[in-house]
Ligand binder design. Structure first.
Ligand SMILES: [Cu+2]
Length: 158
């Protein structure tokens, strides 16, 4: 069935202005965001909270995006007083009725080989691949270079 143009436009608007969450099956992705990169930067990062509202454990096995040559799951960790970053190659566990936060200084989606710098106000489209829930497409707004994320900014206002 072909939708009249007006209906199609309304549907598109709803998709763009909809809540900052994407859900597929038992997996819910909340407040995805990315951070603007300085000119010439070849890597960027994206953050989000992944919630598993189901009864079965799941696992984020991979992420892909058109904006970068490769997209990896990384972890930042203090080791012997030094902040180290490593690629998570065995996936990220999302336990049943649990949540995993991807945030600065912790787990993050690493965009390696950016095709262009990320600018504030743009959107990064990511496809998350889960072992059970399958593919979840996420739109991550690019926030200011100094941003610490949508949740923390909201907290500051109160
Ligand atoms: Cu990284």
């Amino acid at each position: 069935m072909k939708l009249p143009p007006l209906f199609a436009a309304t549907a598109l608007l709803l998709a763009v202005a909809g809540p900052a969450a994407a859900q597929t099956g038992a997996v819910r992705v909340d407040h995805p965001w990315s951070r603007a990169t300085p000119a010439g930067a070849t890597a960027g990062a994206a953050y989000m909270t992944i919630e598993n509202v189901g009864n079965a454990d799941d696992r984020l096995t991979g992420v892909s995006s058109d904006i970068a040559a490769t997209t990896e799951i990384h972890e930042m960790k203090m080791a012997d007083g030094v902040m180290k970053m490593r690629a998570v190659t065995d996936g990220l566990a999302v336990p049943a009725h649990g949540a995993v936060a991807l945030k600065p200084g912790g787990y993050h989606v690493m965009l390696v080989g950016l095709k262009k710098p990320l600018k504030t106000g743009e959107t990064v489209i990511l496809t998350l691949d889960f072992a059970k829930a399958g593919k979840v497409e996420v739109s991550a707004p690019v926030m200011d270079m100094t941003s610490t994320g949508p949740k923390m900014e909201r907290m500051k206002m109160h």
